[in-house]
Design a protein around this ligand. Structure first.
Ligand SMILES: Cc1cc2nc3c(=O)[nH]c(=O)nc-3n(C[C@H](O)[C@H](O)[C@H](O)COP(=O)(O)OP(=O)(O)OC[C@H]3O[C@@H](n4cnc5c(N)ncnc54)[C@H](O)[C@@H]3O)c2cc1C
Length: 393
């Protein structure tokens, strides 16, 4: 066990921190205020190689380990949570499942879109009647000839309207009418029968649209099936999501570290009762607690990334228990750290003139998106008591 970063990793951290501080931080309020996707940040990150870092060399990527992606995510998230989420979704999420379980043609296509066009693949699981209880999903993909016909709708899908690639979770039926369980299908923006509905007026992370995907007799070629396995399809897709959870936890960590750093700086300037507020022991203890939480979250996330199982094509899938512990802890701790950091600013922290209120709205998401904290605790409990996942729960 070695807690030191290599020289190369240190350089990666410094580069991400520099870009975040100089370029992304000053513009972060704009994406939030205008509900605007930060295309220019994505292009900067694409050029320096922060998108698709894990993609194998044979598909044009750098074949980096998961831990390197976490290092970048944390630094970027200190300044712009939205841009950090794009690093997650161009390295994990749909990409991981396609790299692990898809075909070479799908891998080439998706890798090219990320590396050359900065596409942020979307992952469509949640439906109005199927959130935590994902097995209740109703979207269907029925095989007819050489096509699958999709019907149904998804909501709260990150990247709706801006993503080119979508990995859609659907109940698959073969051409003889037999149920193949829940599988994954790739659907491109612009496919006839695939439209977008409402875009949410979300509380935070407003620079990425969260919206509805609607499928009405939407035909995709049979080659677009990524996972179709009546026995293990859903399990594979869920495992594929573990890396995304660790990435999401790291965005929360980065936002919290950013807020904590701002508070430290402010506390050494702001005076009350004739001294710097950093000299009040009560506040020092709050910041000391924050330091402990940040360090603990970081260790859990690094552990989940470094213990990940290696699948073909440099896909590193964290174990479900590691991922759930890391995500639930980081999301909870990060919210508390940002809230305490905001407190250090008094009324100024509550104003939109400073980034603290945005950071608090942004960081709240991670206890919900990517599986709620309660869902993570259910998975942790299952691993303690060795109970099976009960689909009807
Ligand atoms: C910003 C954002 C981005 C998102 N992005 C995506 C995306 O890209 N793709 C996607 O598919 N989805 C996405 N989601 C949806 C997200 O995954 C779901 O919101 C989440 O899984 C919870 O589902 P739900 O909202 O339907 O809540 P519900 O499942 O209805 O849960 C309501 C409450 O009940 C609790 N609960 C439910 N079941 C249990 C149980 N068995 N035990 C204990 N408590 C339980 C939950 O924890 C929650 O507190 C996103 C959500 C947000 C907020």
């Amino acid at each position: 066990m070695d807690f030191q970063l290599s020289t190369e990793q240190q350089a990666l951290v410094e580069l991400a921190d520099k870009i975040g501080r100089n370029e992304f931080g000053p513009k972060a309020a704009r994406w939030d205020k205008n509900h605007e996707y930060p295309y220019e940040n994505i292009e900067t990150m694409r050029k320096v190689g922060f998108l698709g870092m894990t993609i194998p060399r044979r598909f044009g990527g750098q074949e980096r380990p998961l831990i390197d992606v976490l290092l970048v995510i944390e630094q970027i998230a200190k300044y712009c949570g939205v841009s950090a989420r794009v690093v997650v979704e161009t390295n994990m999420g749909a990409l991981g499942s396609i790299m692990a379980y898809g075909t070479d043609e799908q891998r080439v296509l998706v890798a090219g879109r990320i590396l050359e066009e900065g596409d942020k693949p979307a992952i469509g699981m949640t439906e109005p009647e199927a959130g935590t209880d994902l097995t209740a999903l109703k979207t269907t993909a029925v095989k007819t000839g050489n096509h699958y016909v999709l019907n149904g709708m998804k909501h709260w899908i990150t990247g709706a309207t801006i993503s080119q690639t979508h990995l859609i979770f659907a109940r698959i039926t073969d051409q003889d009418g037999r149920d193949q369980g829940i599988g994954g299908v790739m659907v491109d923006k612009g496919t006839p029968g695939f439209t977008f509905g409402r875009v949410e007026d979300a509380m935070g992370l407003r620079g990425i649209p969260e919206g509805e995907l609607i499928f009405e007799n939407c035909e995709v070629p049979a080659e677009n099936i990524v996972v179709c396995d009546p026995k293990d399809g859903f399990k594979k897709l869920m495992n594929g999501y573990n890396a995304q959870r660790v990435g999401a936890g790291t965005v929360a960590l980065g936002i919290a570290q950013g807020a904590h750093d701002l508070a430290i700086e402010y506390m050494m300037q702001r005076k009350a009762f004739g001294k710097q507020i950093s000299q009040f022991q009560g506040l020092q203890w709050m910041m000391g607690e924050g330091e402990m939480k940040l360090n603990a979250a970081r260790l859990l996330l690094y552990k989940a990334a470094c213990n990940a199982r290696h699948l073909p094509n440099n896909v590193m899938l964290p174990e479900m228990k590691d991922a759930s512990i890391a995500k639930a802890f980081s999301a909870h701790a990060a919210f508390e750290v940002v809230s305490d950091a905001l407190q250090m600013f008094g009324a100024a922290g509550y104003s939109r003139d400073l980034p603290l209120e945005r950071m608090l709205r942004d960081v709240r998401m991670f206890q919900i998106g990517g599986g709620t904290s309660q869902a993570q605790l259910n998975m942790i409990a299952r691993s303690i008591f060795k109970t099976k996942f009960d689909f009807k729960e």
